[in-house]
Design a protein around this ligand. Sequence first.
Ligand SMILES: Nc1ncnc2c1ncn2[C@@H]1O[C@H](COP(=O)(O)OP(=O)(O)OP(=O)(O)O)[C@@H](O)[C@H]1O
Ligand SMILES: [Mg+2]
Length: 244
Amino acid sequence: MTYRTTFEKTPTFKDAIVRFGRGERAVHEIQALKNISFDVPHGTALGIIGSNGAGKSTLVRTLGGVLTPTSGRIEVRGRISAMLALGVGFNANLSGRENVVLGGLAAGLTRKQVQERADMIADFAEIGEFMDLPMRVYSSGMYSRLAFAVSVHMDPDILLIDEALSTGDAHFKHKAAEKMAELMKSARAMFLVSHSMASIRELCNRAIWLHKGKLMMDGTPNEVTHAYATFVKVGEDAFTMDDL
Ligand SMILES: Nc1ncnc2c1ncn2[C@@H]1O[C@H](COP(=O)(O)OP(=O)(O)OP(=O)(O)O)[C@@H](O)[C@H]1O
Ligand SMILES: [Mg+2]
């Protein structure tokens, strides 16, 4: 996956001429993922770890179909529900309930199904009266609670979660972990991007480690988180287990 982006904030014709005169290139390429290949059978809870900028979000965005890979291919068998970086798919001026209803209708559910599901989602998210307030007044934790609740109530075969849990409080993290374990029992697949090595070890049965777009390791959560902690030379203690 290669991102192509321009240097200028607002490219102008004059800038383009000047750049051309100097023989500079207008676009900057960032190779976010390089030659990555792996298979994930049903029943796998795959943890994805690595430093900031390693390519983790890019990987789950390509899996979720938000980005099209520049080269290579992704084969998906099953229905994907993605909880990607916060902010995708919600309209901040609508209430949580309105967003859920609109999303459900867009997904082809009937009004009755949508109402039922909205109630289940509201129950799970536990954000009280905020469910009926515009999402722009939500705290980031409320936002991620709702986003998580929506993604797990879409009855997905494949669940993609990017950093979802990081802004939830202890109570919600616990609840989210239980829900993910429950989904895993029905032989689904889950992808979890997290900087919390403790969560990766607790929730996943396999892990991959990305570094500067390359796949460094693919193995058990224990061995991969251990190798990563050693690589970044911080050692392992209670603090780093929750913050790499
Ligand atoms: N929309 C974009 N346009 C251009 N480059 C991007 C874009 N999104 C990400 N990148 C670049 O791709 C690389 C991988 O970014 P990515 O967001 O996948 O990292 P990450 O592993 O999720 O990091 P973090 O832990 O900070 O969330 C980085 O070098 C980043 O600068
Ligand atoms: Mg990211």
